[in-house]
Design a protein around this ligand. Structure first.
Ligand code: SD4
Length: 357
């Protein structure tokens, strides 16, 4: 009996010595998996840092993720920036058209596409979500709705940086937009481009600019508030020198943004056509629902694009960014160069995204 007790105690001590590190590892793993990080906001690009800071003001005051993402988007729409807001680069006819969408934890969503001369498309998108039975308004109708709801009609003049970039692009593209061939009144009178005798096709928006940088910098952000609710927003001037009327992935729910309060939220940046083709962010969120980490979910969506046409994928960039209900985040891109910004109680920094090619 005494021996038994001794043996058992020895065995116990021996076993505890062996299992202690295991238990610790298990506990820290468990911590990783169960301690939800909230609130948190993640956004595309390094330009996401000030955007996150704006969103954080609301999140850290226990505000709603929906309000936080709208505030973040408004912040960058106020900046002169190549790719977001009225200071952004124009389409190939020299006109800035903006795309934006917003989505909340109840799958309420709203969007505007191809809206002109309105400074805050994200707020118009929110109004579409909250005040209409619709999801997307486009072009002149979106602008009319905005004005009816108190948004000011801005001048429509290009920012200085956009003017310069556009003038350079015109030289090389040999594209002769209406404003150069005839004059602006033609377009204002609503005459189709064909009447001015101009080419109907090409050049299209390049995937990369002359200096090798990719033709994008769209702001997409997703956040989780203290109550664990997810929301997201996207705002962009779209790809520079696009065809007038072209809409990318950014205002398309399930392409540029998708939020599901059970599974997670995702946003994208890059060549929107490729994202639309695979319903990109919806796909990412569905992968998270299946149990994949945000990073793996983004990777699997990127792989879908690459697999479809590898040669084409080499010529363009797409990046996905995702957040799950535990506050874990991750990103993946086709090519090197995609970065994203994270703000939570634990960190405030820019991360490089992994990439496939
Ligand atoms: C689009 N995804 O319009 C956007 C491009 C982008 O800054 O990222 N623009 O296709």
């Amino acid at each position: 009996m005494g021996l038994n007790i001794f043996m058992n105690r020895r065995k116990f001590l021996h076993l505890s010595a062996l299992t202690a590190p295991l238990l610790t590892t298990k506990k820290s793993l468990a911590n990783n998996f169960t301690d939800t990080v909230k609130p948190i906001v993640v956004s595309t690009w390094d330009s996401g840092m000030p955007v996150n800071a704006e969103a954080w003001k609301i999140l850290s005051a226990k505000g709603r993720a929906l309000d936080a993402v709208e505030a973040g988007a408004i912040h960058i729409e106020n900046e002169i920036n190549c790719c977001v807001g009225l200071g952004g680069y124009p389409d190939r006819d020299g006109i800035v058209t903006l795309d934006s969408c917003i989505m909340d934890e109840h799958a309420n969503c709203g969007a505007v596409a191809g809206i002109e001369r309105i400074k805050h498309p994200v707020s118009v998108a929110r109004k579409v979500m909250e005040k209409t039975p619709h999801v997307i308004l486009v072009g002149a109708g979106a602008q009319q709705f905005a004005v009816e709801n108190g948004f000011e009609l801005e001048s429509g003049e290009l920012s200085e940086s956009a003017k310069k970039a556009y003038a350079e692009w015109l030289k090389k593209s040999e594209y002769k937009p209406i404003i150069n061939i005839e004059n602006l009144p033609l377009r204002q009178a609503g005459l189709p481009a064909a009447k001015a005798g101009k080419k109907q096709n090409g050049p299209f928006a390049p995937n990369f600019f002359e200096d090798g940088t990719a033709n994008h910098d769209t702001m997409g952000l997703v956040a989780m508030d203290v109550n664990g609710n997810l929301s997201g927003a996207v705002t962009t001037s779209g790809m520079a020198y696009k065809l007038h009327g072209r809409v990318g992935d950014s205002p398309i729910i399930g392409a540029g943004l998708f939020v599901d309060n059970e599974a997670g939220a995702a946003t994208s940046s890059g060549t929107g056509e490729e994202v639309i083709r695979i319903c990109g962010t919806h796909l990412v969120v569905e992968f998270m629902r299946q149990g994949y980490s945000p990073e793996m979910a983004c990777k699997k969506a990127v792989e879908r694009i690459v697999k479809r046409d590898k040669a084409k994928a080499k010529t363009l960039q797409v990046g996905f960014l995702a957040l799950n209900k535990k506050g874990q985040y991750g990103a993946y891109a086709i090519q090197k160069g995609f970065v994203f910004s994270v703000k939570s109680n634990n960190e405030n920094q820019i991360h490089p995204s992994k990439f496939i090619l």
